[in-house]
Design a protein around this ligand. Sequence first.
Ligand code: WA2
Length: 282
Amino acid sequence: MNADFTERRKETLVNMCEERARMLQDQFNVSMNHVHALAILVSTFHHGKQPSAIDQQIFAEYTARTAFERPLMSGVAYALRVLHAEREEFEKKHGWKIKKMETEDQSLAKDDYNLEKLDPSPVQDEYAPVILSQETVSHIVSIDMMSGKEDRENILRARATGKGVLTSPFNLLKSNHLGVVLTFAVYNTNLPHSATPEQWTKATVGYLGASFDVPSLVDKLLHQLASKQTIVVNLYDTTNVFAPIRMYGPDVDGAGEMHISNLDFGDPTRKHEMHCRFKHKP
Ligand code: WA2
C-alpha cells in the first residue's frame, strides 16, 4: 500500500468524523437553547401570570408544535418545586398523589409500565413532581423527579448554578434506552449572573427538563448523512477518563485506525467524545 493512499484514507476518516461530531454538537446546542427558552416561557406565562396562562393541554400543544426546534430531545417536561408543608394541598389541587420513581430492578416488565402501579413518594423535605409534559414523555407526569438519583443530582446542580446541566448517561424511564437529561431551573426573580448558589436555590420554583434518547436520536442523525456504511461511530461520556461510558455504537476492538472528535454539549463538567473507525480494513 503506498503512503499517498494511506494519507488520503486517514484524511477521509478525519473529515467524516468531524462532520458528524459538528452536526451532533450543533443539533444539541440548538436543542439546548430551545429548552432554555421553554424555561423562560414557563417562568413568564405560568409563574408570572395570575391565573397561569399554561395548563397541560397548552403545554402539550406548544411543545409538540415546536418539537422541530429540539431535534435531539425525545421530550420535555416541567416539574414543580413542592415543599413537604405544601404537599397535601398540592395533591388535593391536582387530584393525584406525588409518586416515587421506580428503580431499575422494579422496572423489568417495561411493557407493563403503568403510572397507576407506582408507589406514593415517602416523606421528603421537598419534591419535584412533573405537572406539565410533552405527550412523548407523559409517563413521567406526577413522578417526583428528585426520587431518581440522576434526575435529583441534575436538579440540585441546575438550581444552584442558574445554568443548563446534563446527567451522566443512564437508562431513561419507559424506553429503557441509554440517555441523558438536560435541566434548567425556573426562578421567581431575575437574578444577576453573580448570584450565589444560596440565592439561586432560594429563588427556585421548578425545573424544566428534556431527555435525549441517545440510540434512537443519534441513529436518526447519522442516517441523514450518506455513506453510513463506511465508518463505525461511537459516542462516549469521558468525564471520568479512567472509566469512559459508551453511549452509542457497537462494542469495537481497539485495533485499526481511529479518529477522535471532541464534543461540547454545553455543560463544562461533562466531557464527550466521538470515536470513528473504518468498517473495513484497506
Ligand atoms: N425525562 C424523561 N425520561 C426520563 C427522565 C426525565 N427527566 N428521567 C428518567 N427518565 C422534568 O429535570 C426535570 C426529566 C426531568 C425534568
